[in-house]
Write a new protein. Structure first.
Length: 446
């Protein structure tokens, strides 16, 4: 891989001390950050990118996303969670094939990259899972991903209801094919959808597979009151109690949402390898509630942030999601309860820890992967006095229109605001065709 020198930027490193370095360089070799600060003369053969005072941040991390739902945007409006799933999302997902999943994934990946996202954790789909994984691979994103596992559930279409052993076997087969691919840029994660669509034997198989293969588990939990009540009626206990009793808490568990986590849950969870991914837009749009991010973080539990899927939040812009997350916590817990720096960490250093990637990404430090976001220093919304905290300015003012460059493993995947590895026009055209055929297969009356 070639070397690259980013010259003369303001570095928001998001390291342990939140160091900010003005008029500094980042030298990248073989996909990793080699040096930061004053590099001096460009090393022989290095490509030099003059930043002229632009701001350099770690690439943003989305800890929970449904790229397979990108082409469903706007097709499931005005519903709460369970009707949203049963009336629209599950019938649409059941109509996926590898082609539609591939183009939906590339469409969502393009939107993510254009907004500064460099790492995702995708919850997957059933039919079309291989197409989704191939789309993630081809996009250039760093990702944890795998198929969505379901074998039971009220209102679940037959095509999404895989026999338990078959679901586990397919998951392991895809894990063998994609885990560690692209030089480690892709990693595998087990994605049981949620308790209402996974039988006790499936959870037991997931626990065994996670233990044997060292794969983390990523699921939805405590998103909406109706869902939590349905779990209590079905299992006679709440989600955290269930995860504990079936052994899932003994491993590496990441949950999306956690809106209805209680103080009792947090006391139990602080002793586990457990993290929460906060999705404020989705929680508002589906009427789910407002997670107590401040309380969860005070319990010592890492919290990431994400947009969720385009079918529920409509936008995959994580910069706007960070801003919303910060503002809502001021409403819930009072002004100053979640600083701009803390909100930005949820999409960088803390978000990386939530996904088990803290040693690789999330901050600008020598040795880490060169996953970086460059914001235009002359963006009108970033202007502020020297006394202002630049982390606040990013969180409350930066928009995706300020994105200039995006790098993953030192490769410029967005250059001067333009995608370099994804053909925007082809993706739009192929996504439209794939959606038309998918809707015909689904036989939904929209």
């Amino acid at each position: 891989m070639s070397s690259l020198l980013l010259r003369g930027g303001t570095l928001l490193t998001l390291d342990e001390r939140a160091t900010v370095l003005e008029s500094s360089d980042v030298y990248i070799e073989d996909g990793r950050i080699s040096r930061i600060g004053a590099v001096g003369a460009a090393p022989p053969g290095a490509t030099v990118v003059d930043l002229g005072g632009d701001w350099v941040l770690p690439g943003l991390i989305q800890g929970h996303i449904h790229l397979g739902q990108t082409i469903f945007r706007g097709l499931a409006e005005g519903r709460r969670l369970l009707p949203w799933l049963r009336e629209r999302i599950w019938p649409l997902e059941a109509a996926h094939d590898d082609e539609s999943a591939y183009w939906s994934t590339l469409l969502g990946a393009a939107e993510c990259l254009a907004g500064g996202t460099t790492t995702i954790q995708d919850i997957g789909i059933g039919p079309g899972a291989r197409g989704l994984l191939e789309g993630i691979r081809d996009s250039g994103l760093r990702a944890l991903a795998g198929p969505c596992l379901m074998d039971t559930g009220d209102g679940l279409p037959d095509r999404l209801r895989s026999p338990t052993e078959e679901a586990l076997a397919v998951a392991e087969e895809l894990g063998d094919a994609f885990d560690g691919a692209e030089g480690g840029r892709l990693r595998f994660v087990l994605n049981p959808r949620f308790i209402l669509t996974c039988s006790d034997p499936l959870w037991a198989g997931i626990r065994e597979l996670a233990e044997r293969r060292g794969w983390p588990v990523h699921t939805h939990a405590l998103e909406q009151e109706e869902e939590a009540e349905a779990v209590r009626e079905l299992k006679g206990r709440d989600e955290i109690q269930y995860f504990d009793e079936v052994g899932i808490l003994a491993g590496d568990l990441r949950i999306a949402h956690g809106v209805w986590l209680t103080a009792g849950h947090l006391e139990r969870l602080r002793r586990s390898r457990f993290s929460v991914v906060h999705c404020p837009s989705s929680n508002l749009k589906l009427g789910s509630g407002l997670a107590d991010v401040v309380g969860i973080r005070r319990a010592g539990i890492p919290v990431g942030v994400a947009t969720d899927g385009a079918a529920c939040s409509n936008s995959l812009d994580v910069l706007s999601e960070i801003r919303l997350a910060a503002l809502l916590q001021q409403l819930r817990n009072g002004p100053g309860s979640l600083s701009g720096l803390e909100a930005l960490r949820m999409a960088t250093s803390e978000g990386a820890r939530a996904l088990g990637l803290g040693a690789e990404v999330g901050s600008i430090e020598p040795g880490k992967r060169a996953d970086l976001l460059v914001l235009r220093g002359d963006a009108l919304g970033l202007f502020g006095g020297p006394e202002s905290d630049p982390h606040d300015r990013v969180v409350y003012s930066a928009t995706r229109s300020a994105v200039r460059h995006v790098l993953v493993d030192g490769r410029l995947l967005v250059e001067e605001g333009r995608l370099t590895g994804i053909d925007r026009e082809e993706v739009l055209r192929r996504s439209a065709g794939s959606l038309a055929r998918l809707l015909e297969r689904s036989r939904l009356s929209l």
